[in-house]
Ligand binder design. Structure first.
Ligand SMILES: Cc1ncc(COP(=O)(O)O)c(C=O)c1O
Length: 447
């Protein structure tokens, strides 16, 4: 259900695509070769959506990525979020190299575990204790298991458009089409084949108080947790409306339900204390991945002692061969030390430069007559072609995605890479000069 949101020029997609194809033959060749042995030629299904085909990269440094054909790009993908310090940050590389020289993994205890845990419990408001895993998908499942154990209840509430990894119970109603919404109503909509029925998942609408109240009324005394992306980064970077997170805090407390913030994107991006610090609402549990490892595979569950005790006592099982491995924790310690060294200046810079970029792009596009909206914050924001600001996932369905895809092609042709879904990530390595050069490229892309 994509409505044209503009009569402005359409970014010349045919000539942009021809330019890109003429300059990225090495990527196409590699992708064809990879597709004969690697499913879809990619390592994560979402990367298949790259158009005209997935790019292959040789290296990155700071705010820049280079593809295998030698083309340079201003990188606003940041590996889908983890590279908060930019590409190949020297502090992390030397920390990982030093740890690697001592052993790739022990499957046993070492100093980095409690050192990183101490840093995290100092920084994260809800963290009396933490535990480690490797991906956001895993750690969300641990949080939901813990909530079931703590409450003796099976169901949980998840919001439409929110992404919490690819496990069956949360990979529902992620990006349902308008047709699916028309037939399924508020029932969980699976994303792919082979998923078990998500019969414990109750769907609600983001920023919809009534819909959350309805969900509690429909299953009285049965809801173990409400989980949300406190800033809805995976569908339009849609912020919580004023008071919505406090409302979730209040209704969960009233119902003996745990509130879980999935801070996989917002953690260490909206500030050291993540979304819970930014919005001043403290959940019972919070999940982290992406930026906490600065690019190394690490995820974290942080939570209040009365719940985390269930893991401490071994009543709730948390396991994993590579959990707490020294490479990931060396990266995390270096990333956290970098971020905490002068946090007020670092985050002020991230917000200021991100806002300058976002507002600059908006101004360029609006001068040419495009109806474009931006939401989110400086370090992670979203652009879409629409005549009204989306407040939830269903509003976002009205944006003109075909027009945005043409804009992406023009940006890529001019050496600027944001994520395909409209999201832009900023790192500490993006300088004002990078923003100036990016805005000049956006001028050229807009034609
Ligand atoms: C908010 C959120 N939660 C969970 C996940 C899953 O994390 P991972 O891809 O590390 O499994 C993601 C991934 O993008 C995410 O954005």
């Amino acid at each position: 259900m994509t409505a044209p949101a503009t009569t402005a020029p359409a970014f010349s997609p045919a000539s942009r695509e021809a330019n890109i194809r003429s300059r990225t033959g090495g990527s196409l060749q590699r992708w064809r070769r990879a597709s004969a042995s690697l499913c879809g030629g990619v390592s994560s299904g979402l990367r298949r959506s790259a158009y005209p085909y997935p790019l292959y990269f040789s290296h990155g440094a700071g705010a820049t990525l280079w593809d295998v054909d030698g083309n340079a790009y201003f990188d606003y993908t940041l590996g889908w979020g983890p590279n908060i310090l930019g590409n190949a940050p020297p502090a992390l590389i030397s920390a990982i190299a030093e740890a690697a020289a001592k052993g790739l993994t022990f499957g046993a205890q070492h100093d980095l575990e409690y050192e990183v845990a101490e840093l995290l419990t100092r920084i994260i408001p809800c963290a009396d204790r933490v535990c480690f895993a490797n991906s956001g998908t895993e750690i969300v499942q641990l949080a939901l298991r813990l909530a079931r154990a703590a409450t003796g209840r099976r169901r949980f509430i998840k919001f439409e458009g929110h992404y919490h990894g690819w496990a069956d119970n949360v990979l529902v109603s992620y990006h349902p089409s308008a047709d699916q919404l028309a037939t399924c109503g508020e029932r969980p909509v699976p994303v792919g084949l082979g998923q078990l029925p998500a019969d414990a998942t109750v769907i609600a609408r983001w920023n919809g108080r009534e819909s959350v109240e309805q969900a509690f009324l429909a299953f009285p005394g049965e809801i173990s947790a409400v989980i949300c992306e406190p800033l809805l980064c995976n569908s339009g970077c849609i912020p919580p409306q004023a008071g919505f997170l406090s409302f979730l805090r209040e209704i969960t407390e009233r119902n003996g339900t745990l509130l879980i913030f999935d801070e996989v994107v917002t953690g260490f991006r909206l500030g050291l204390a993540g979304a819970q610090g930014f919005y001043s609402v403290t959940p019972d549990l919070a999940t982290y991945a992406k930026a906490v490892g600065g690019g190394a595979p690490l995820s974290v569950l942080a939570g209040r002692l009365p719940y985390m005790e269930l893991i401490e006592s071994g009543q709730v099982i948390h396991a994993g061969t590579l959990n707490g491995n020294p490479l990931a924790l060396a990266a995390a310690r270096a990333a956290l030390q970098f971020l905490t060294e002068d946090a007020p200046a670092l985050y002020a810079g991230l917000f200021r430069r991100g806002s300058r970029l976002r507002d600059g792009i908006l101004a360029i596009l609006r001068r040419r007559g495009h109806q474009v909206c931006a939401s989110g914050e400086g370090p992670v924001f979203h652009l879409c072609f629409s005549d009204r600001q989306p407040m939830n996932y269903r509003d976002l369905l009205e944006a003109d995605t075909a027009h945005y895809k043409n804009f992406l092609l023009a940006l890529q042709d001019e050496g600027v890479l944001p994520l395909p879904d409209g999201r832009w990530y900023l790192s500490a390595a993006h300088s004002d000069a990078d923003i100036d050069a990016t805005l000049a490229a956006v001028e050229r892309a807009a034609g």
